[in-house]
Design a protein around this ligand. Sequence first.
Ligand code: SF4
Ligand code: MG
Length: 329
Amino acid sequence: GGHLLEVRDLHVEFRTREGVARVINGVTYHLDAGETLAVLGESGSGKSVTAQAIMGILDTPPAYVRGGQILYQGRDLLTRPEEERRQIRGTEIAMIFQDALSALNPVFPVGWQIGESLRERAGMSRADARRRTIELMDLVRIPAAAKRLGDYPHQFSGGMRQRVMIAMALALDPKVLIADEPTTALDVTVQAQIMDLLADLRRDLGTALILITHDLGVVAGVADRIAVMYAGRIVEHADVHALYRAPAHPYTKGLLESIPRLDVRGQELSSIRGLPPNLMAIPSGCPFHPRCPYVQQVCVDEVPHDLVLGDGRTSACHFAQEVHDDSAG
Ligand code: SF4
Ligand code: MG
């Protein structure tokens, strides 16, 4: 059987006056019903662009899908008729963004905005939409929902605005929710509350979640699997616990070593040397080679393909097994 959502060998370019940036270079990942996939990477790794391609919200021009497939229940969102694509993207797959304030309309009350898709797409009466809006606000734990329907976005705190956006996204009961850095703009306590909420929603509603983040620290309690992206590729893909126990790609290993540990005082925080690659001139061979402590000549000469390490985990590294064994100690 197929997966609920599957990205296959996706290639996306940005065509600018300065040249062509190859932002997505053969990304493949999948999501099954009810599970959470974390997509992890630095800014510019292509994690958001992949999500934008799924949602059909790439900026065109200059973004250009050069190849691949995005299958929702086996139907390719890149080639199905416009009407069908809009139906799937509006109701089956929903997305929430980092910046709730700019995603919400400042001049309409939040209750009205949450209810919009219920009225416009589900054809509910105003009264039914209002009732369902209050339920949704309760669901995302906005206190005194019925009293706050008429409030405007600026009257909510950052965390509460994020809850409003989650309520909007859940309005039509999507099977897939894509959350792009949903907590990055929030302080640490509120971050934890939003992550708890997402975990609870996933458990109670069975919504599958793609959690896009640059922060490995927020992934642990929520995700089933992680896909780590670098230079528009998935460099490692594994079960969360397997990956934490022993990363099999030097980039992931570097990310894990740069997480501050609360239990170690005065530690030296190691971070990955060097800078993310210029996507207009991606390094030869393994794109991570200029930054990699394990680099050998073969890494400069040959693109590493996915090495399967068992349990379905993969690492795009010529020395994946060695790195894994090294990490495992
Ligand atoms: Fe490092 Fe080579 Fe593996 Fe790339 S292929 S991550 S350069 S060891
Ligand atoms: Mg982003």
